[in-house]
Design a protein around this ligand. Structure first.
Ligand code: ATP
Ligand code: MG
Length: 716
C-alpha cells in the first residue's frame, strides 16, 4: 500500500476509515456480518494510540470473548509494537469488572482475594439456603432460583430493587428474601458469582461518585464490539462510564443478537442515537468474508424475521459453491459424513484450524468426538466446559481454592473427604454446625472442632492432619510455582496414588487431565492469577494448540470465521431448539433464526448444513423433521444432497409422490401435513409404540434404498 498510510489503516474502505478517524464523540457502526466491524474497531484502537490521543491504559475496549480480546491485542501490537503495551482494559465485560472489583472489593463488603464461584457452587449454596429455610426444594428448585437471580442481576437489580411482581415469581413471594440471603451468604464466604462482577461494579459506580469519576477520567475512549448483545447491567455500566466525555464507539449487528436468554437487549443498539445525541452513524455494506452463495443463503434466511433493520450486503467475490444441504440417516452417519468431508478437505490442502463444526447444543458434540477419536482426526472443543468440569479437575481446583482462600467453604466441602479419608456426612454436619455457631469459615471451624472432644478421635485426627496440610501448602504457595504446588497437593493428599491404584483406562485419563492442568498452570505466576483465569476464561475459550478441527456452539462462534463450516442437526426440535418451539413465541423463533444467520455467516468459503432422519434422544430413537430454516434458504443458493429417501427428503418440493419409492411408507406419517407443528416431537416422545413402528419403517426404507444406485439420489 501507500507508504504514508499507517499499516493499521492501509486496508480500510472509506466508511471504515471514517469510523476510525471520527475519534471524538459517539460513533455507531451498525452493519451486517463480515463487513469489517471488528477490523475497523481494532484499527480505531491502534489509531488512538498511534496518534497519541490516549495511552493504551486509557482505552476501555470491550470484546465478546477473551479470545477476541487476545486477537485484538495481537493485531494492535503487530501494528504498533511496544507502543501497544499496557492495554489493561481490553477484555470481556466480566474480566474487566473482575479486575476493577479487585481494587474496590471492600466497597461491597468483600476482601481483595474474593473467589468467583461457578454455577455448580451457586446451586449448592442455594440448595443449602432453601433447605435451611424449610422450603421444599422439589417444589421450588434451586435451579429456578438461580435463573431468577441471574436475570435480576443481568438487569442491574439488587434485592431491594425488586418490585412486588418480580418477587411473586418464586416461592409465593419469597424470591427477594432468598436473593438477599444468598447475597449475604456470598459475602460471608468472601465470594461472588458471575453476575455479581457486573452488578457490584455498577453499584460501586452509583454509590461512590469518586470511584466513577476516577474511571471516567481514566478512560478517554471506550470501544465496544458486539454491542447488540449487551444486557441492561452492562449497558448501564457503559453509559455511566461514557457520560463524562462521550467518546464511545460501539459496533454491532441487530441480526446477530443471540443472547436474549442471558438478558441481552437488542434495543440497546437501536437506541444508541437517542442515548448519545449527535452520534455519527457509519454503515458498512461490503462483506469481505464469504462467497455470494453463503451471503445469499444467510440474507435470504434472515429476511423471514420481522423485527429488523434491512441491510445490504455485497461482495466482490464472484465465485464459490452453493451452500450444501445434506440429509443423512442418523446421527452416527452424520458424524461419519462430516469426518469424511473433513478428511477430503485435508487431502485437498485445507488447514484443519480453518474447519469448524457449529452445533446448537453442547450435547451434540459427543457424536463427533467419538467419531473423530476413532478416525484419529484432531479436534478441540471450544467452550471449555468439558475439561474444567471433569471431577478430578474440579477436585484439584477445590484444593487450590482453599489454599488461596481459607473461607472458601464450598471448595472445602468438596474435598474434605476426597480422596476418601473416612470422614462421613455426620462429621460434615458437625463441622457445619460448629461453623454456624462460631461464625467461622468451615475449614477454620473444623480445625477448632478437631481440637475439642466433640468428634470421635479418629475423625478429629484426620481433620487436624488435613488442615495442617493446608497450612503447609499455604506457606509453600509463597515459594513454589502454582504448577508445582498442584503436584505437591496431588502427591501429598494421595490423590494421584488413588488414581494410579485404580489401574483403569478411565483413571489413566484422569491422571492425564491432571497433568494437563499442571501444564496449563505453568503459564501463571501466582495461584490467584490462575484461579481467576479459570473462573473467567473457561466459559468461552481454549488454548490454541496446533491445527485441529474446532467444535463449538453457534453461540460461541460469534465474531469468528472459518473457511469451512459444518452445521449439523438442522432438525425441528434440535434447531430450532425444542425449547424455542415449546415457548412458541415469535421472539424465540426469531432468535433461533438469527442464530442460524450467525452460523452460516461464519463460513468464508464453504458451508454445509446437515440433517438426520433419525435421532436418538434420551436413549430412544425418534424420526426427525428437517428444520424449517432449511426450507427458508433461497433455492438458488443451495444444493440438496441426500443419502436416503426415508424421513429427511420427503417434504422437499422436489420430490413427487410417483418418484418417491417409499410413498406408501410415508403416506400415513403425520410429518407430512403437520411438520411445522411443535407438538410432533413431543407426540413422538410420548408414544413409544408408534415410535417402534416408525423406526422399523425407516429401516425398511433404508434397506430398500441400498439396492438402488446411489448416483440417482446423491448429488455430487
Ligand atoms: P461479524 O459481524 O461476524 O463480527 P465483522 O463485521 O466484525 O463480522 P470482521 O471480522 O471485522 O467483520 O471482518 C471480516 C473479514 O473481513 C476479516 O477476515 C477481515 O480481516 C476482513 N476485512 C475487514 N475489512 C477489510 C477490508 N477493508 N479489506 C479487506 N478485508 C477486510
Ligand atoms: Mg466482528
Amino acid at each position: 500500500g501507500d507508504a504514508s498510510v499507517p499499516s493499521y489503516a492501509a486496508r480500510l474502505n472509506p466508511p471504515q476509515r471514517e469510523a476510525v478517524l471520527a475519534t471524538e464523540g459517539p460513533v455507531l457502526m451498525l452493519a451486517g456480518a463480515g463487513t469489517g466491524k471488528t477490523a475497523a474497531l481494532t484499527a480505531r484502537l491502534a489509531h488512538l494510540v498511534a496518534t497519541g490521543r490516549a495511552w493504551p491504559s486509557q482505552i476501555l475496549c470491550v470484546t465478546f470473548t477473551n479470545r477476541a480480546a487476545r486477537e485484538m491485542r495481537e493485531r494492535v501490537a503487530g501494528h504498533l509494537g511496544d507502543m501497544a503495551e499496557g492495554m489493561q482494559w481490553l477484555g470481556t465485560f466480566h474480566s474487566i469488572c473482575a479486575k476493577m472489583l479487585r481494587r474496590h472489593a471492600e466497597l461491597v463488603g468483600l476482601q481483595q482475594n474474593y473467589t468467583i464461584i461457578d454455577t455448580d457452587d451457586q446451586l449448592r449454596l442455594l440448595k443449602q439456603l432453601i433447605t435451611e429455610n424449610d422450603l421444599d426444594e422439589k417444589r421450588w428448585p434451586a435451579r429456578q432460583l438461580a435463573g431468577l437471580i441471574d436475570r435480576w442481576k443481568n438487569r442491574g437489580l439488587n434485592p431491594e430493587d425488586l418490585d412486588a411482581a418480580e418477587n411473586e415469581s418464586y416461592a409465593n413471594g419469597r424470591g427477594q428474601q432468598f436473593y438477599r440471603l444468598y447475597q449475604e451468604r456470598l459475602k460471608a464466604l468472601n465470594a461472588c458469582d458471575f453476575g455479581d462482577l457486573m452488578l457490584h461494579m455498577l453499584n460501586i459506580f452509583r454509590r461512590h461518585r469518586e470511584v466513577l469519576e476516577d474511571y471516567q477520567r481514566r478512560f478517554k475512549y471506550i470501544l465496544v464490539d458486539e454491542y447488540q448483545d449487551t444486557n441492561a447491567v452492562q449497558y448501564l455500566w457503559l453509559r455511566l462510564l461514557a457520560q463524562a466525555h462521550k467518546n464511545i464507539c460501539v459496533v454491532g449487528d441487530d441480526d446477530q443478537s443471540i443472547y436474549s436468554w442471558r438478558g441481552a437487549e437488542v434495543a440497546n443498539i437501536l437506541k444508541f442515537e437517542k442515548d448519545f445525541p449527535g452520534a455519527k452513524v457509519v454503515k458498512l455494506e461490503q462483506n469481505y468474508r464469504s462467497t455470494p452463495h453463503i451471503l445469499g443463503a444467510a440474507s435470504g434466511l434472515i429476511r423471514a424475521n420481522s423485527e429488523r433493520h434491512e441491510k445490504t450486503l455485497w461482495t466482490e467475490v464472484n465465485h464459490g459453491e452453493k451452500v450444501r444441504v445434506i440429509g443423512v440417516w442418523d446421527g452416527p452417519e452424520e458424524a461419519r459424513r462430516v469426518g469424511e468431508e473433513i478428511e477430503r478437505l485435508e487431502r485437498e490442502g485445507a488447514r484443519l484450524d480453518q474447519v469448524a463444526i457449529l452445533v446448537r447444543a453442547q450435547y451434540q458434540t459427543r457424536e463427533f468426538e467419538d467419531r473423530f477419536i476413532q478416525i484419529g482426526l484432531g479436534y478441540r472443543i471450544v467452550g471449555g466446559f468439558r475439561f474444567y468440569e471433569r471431577a478430578e479437575i474440579r477436585d484439584a481446583l477445590a484444593y487450590l481454592r482453599v489454599i488461596a482462600q481459607p473461607q472458601d467453604d464450598l471448595a472445602f466441602e468438596r474435598i474434605y473427604n476426597q480422596p476418601k479419608r473416612g470422614l462421613g456426612a455426620k462429621t460434615l454436619e458437625k463441622m457445619h454446625l460448629h461453623a454456624r455457631r462460631t461464625g467461622m469459615p468451615l475449614a477454620a471451624a473444623s480445625l477448632q472442632l478437631a481440637d475439642s472432644d466433640e468428634l470421635p478421635a479418629r475423625a478429629a485426627a484426620t481433620i487436624g492432619a488435613l488442615l495442617r496440610q493446608f497450612l503447609h501448602w499455604r506457606e509453600q504457595a509463597e515459594q513454589v510455582t502454582p504448577a508445582d504446588l498442584l503436584r505437591m497437593v496431588l502427591d501429598e493428599t494421595g490423590y494421584s496414588e488413588m488414581l494410579q491404584k485404580e489401574r483403569t483406562a478411565e483413571a489413566a485419563g484422569r491422571l492425564e487431565n491432571l497433568s494437563e492442568l499442571a501444564r496449563a498452570m505453568e503459564e501463571y505466576e501466582t495461584l490467584g492469577d490462575f484461579l481467576e483465569h479459570v473462573s473467567l476464561v473457561m466459559d468461552n475459550d481454549a488454548a490454541d494448540d496446533g491445527e485441529k478441527v474446532t467444535i463449538m456452539t453457534m453461540h460461541a462462534a460469534k465474531g469468528l470465521e472459518f473457511d469451512h463450516v459444518f452445521l449439523p442437526g438442522w432438525e425441528e426440535g434440535v434447531f430450532p431448539s425444542q425449547r424455542a418451539l415449546d415457548e412458541g413465541g415469535l421472539a424465540s423463533l426469531e432468535e433461533e433464526r438469527r442464530l442460524a444467520y450467525v452460523a452460516i455467516t461464519r463460513a468464508r468459503r464453504r458451508c454445509t448444513i446437515l440433517h438426520a432422519a433419525n435421532r436418538r434422544i434420551y436413549g430412544q430413537w425418534t424420526s426427525s423433521i428437517p428444520s424449517r430454516f432449511i426450507e427458508e434458504l433461497p433455492a438458488e443458493h443451495i444444493d440438496q444432497h441426500t443419502t436416503l429417501t426415508g424421513g429427511a427428503s420427503l417434504w422437499r418440493a422436489n420430490w413427487t409422490e410417483s418418484e418417491d419409492p417409499f410413498a406408501h411408507v410415508s403416506r400415513d406419517r403425520p410429518e407430512r401435513s403437520s411438520h411445522r407443528g411443535p407438538g410432533w416431537q413431543r407426540a413422538l416422545s410420548t408414544g413409544y409404540e408408534t415410535k417402534q413402528v416408525r423406526v422399523r419403517e425407516n429401516t425398511r426404507s433404508a434397506a430398500s434404498f441400498a439396492a438402488k444406485p446411489r448416483s440417482d439420489i446423491v448429488i455430487g
